[in-house]
Write a protein that binds this ligand. Structure first.
Ligand code: URA
Length: 264
C-alpha cells in the first residue's frame, strides 16, 4: 500500500491516526505522494478521449452550499431530540468536528424547566461525549444543587437540562469563531424549541453572543433578557469562577434570582 492509500484509509478510519501518519511521513522526508506502479504519461496522452455525455443542468438547489442554510434544513427536519442528535452527528461542514473524538449533544432531564447553555466541550467532555463533566462541570453541578436543581433529577421541577453552543471541542480549547457559531445556531435554536424550557441560563460569553449577538458577560450577568421567546439569564462560566473565586458571590446572587423566577 502506498503512502497516499495508507493516509486515505486512515482518514476513513480515524482522523487522529491519519494526522499522526502524515506527520510521521513528513518527518521521514516524504515531500510528494507517488503511486505504487509507474504511469507512462505519453501513452495516456495518446488515448482517445471518451465521449462526454451531454450535461443535464441540475435543478436549482433551494438550500445551496451555505453551511448555515444546510444546518437549518437538517435541524428543521429533526422532530425529536434523538433525531436532532443524529442530525448534528451527521453534519460534516464544521471543521471542529474533524479534530473531535465525540459529538457532545446534551445531558440532564429534557423535561426540565431550566436549560443551561454552555460554550463548547473541553478535553474531558470530548473524551466522554457528555457536557460539563470536567472540573468546571462539577462546580456547575454544585452551584445548581444549592438551589435544588440537578441534571440527574427525574422530576422536571428539580431538574436541569444542559447543552453547548458547539457540539465539538475547539482545538486547544480556543473560543469558537463567529462563523462556527453562526453555522451551528440552527441546531441550537431547534434544540431549545424541542426541549421548550421555561428559562434559559447562558453560562459564559459564547452562549451570550450566540443568543443575543453581544458579548460582555461580566456586564450582562444577572440581567434577565429574552432569547427565542424565553426568559434568558446570563451567568459567568464556572471555569471563570474557578479562576476568580471572588466572583462566586455574584454567581450566588444570580442563582437566587433564578430560584425566585422559578418560584414565581
Ligand atoms: N465548558 C463548557 O462550556 N461546556 C462544557 O461542556 C464543558 C466546559
Amino acid at each position: 500500500m502506498g503512502i497516499a492509500d495508507k493516509i486515505a484509509t486512515d482518514i476513513a478510519g480515524d482522523w487522529h491516526a491519519a494526522l499522526a501518519a502524515l506527520a510521521w511521513e513528513v518527518e521521514a522526508g516524504a515531500d510528494e505522494t507517488i503511486l505504487d506502479a509507474p504511469v507512462n504519461r505519453y501513452e495516456l496522452a495518446a488515448e482517445t478521449p471518451k465521449p462526454v455525455a451531454a450535461r443535464v443542468p441540475s435543478p436549482p438547489d433551494p438550500v445551496g452550499t451555505d453551511p448555515a442554510a444546510i444546518a437549518r434544513a437538517a435541524a428543521a427536519s429533526a422532530l425529536s431530540l434523538d433525531a436532532l442528535r443524529e442530525a448534528i452527528a451527521a453534519f460534516d461542514l464544521c471543521e471542529l468536528k474533524k479534530g473531535a473524538r465525540n459529538t457532545v449533544f446534551a445531558d440532564g432531564n429534557p423535561r426540565a424547566r431550566v436549560l443551561i447553555l454552555g460554550e463548547a466541550p473541553g478535553a474531558e467532555e470530548d473524551r466522554e461525549g457528555r457536557p460539563f463533566v470536567g472540573r468546571a462541570g462539577k462546580l456547575l453541578d454544585r452551584m445548581f444543587a444549592a438551589i435544588g436543581l440537578a441534571r440527574t433529577s427525574p422530576d422536571a421541577e428539580s431538574a436541569f437540562y444542559i447543552t453547548n453552543v458547539m457540539p465539538w471541542r475547539p482545538p486547544g480549547n480556543r473560543d469558537p469563531e463567529a462563523a462556527e457559531i453562526a453555522m451551528m445556531m440552527p441546531f441550537v435554536e431547534r434544540h431549545i424549541a424541542l426541549v421548550d424550557p421555561q428559562v434559559i441560563v447562558a453560562v459564559g460569553n459564547t452562549p451570550l453572543f450566540a443568543l443575543t449577538g453581544s458579548r460582555g458577560i461580566l456586564r450582562a450577568r444577572g440581567n434577565w433578557s429574552q432569547a427565542f421567546g424565553k426568559p434568558l439569564l446570563p451567568m459567568t462560566h464556572p471555569a471563570y469562577l474557578l479562576r476568580n473565586p471572588a466572583a462566586k458571590r455574584e454567581a450566588w446572587a444570580d442563582l437566587l434570582s433564578l430560584q425566585q423566577r422559578l418560584r414565581g
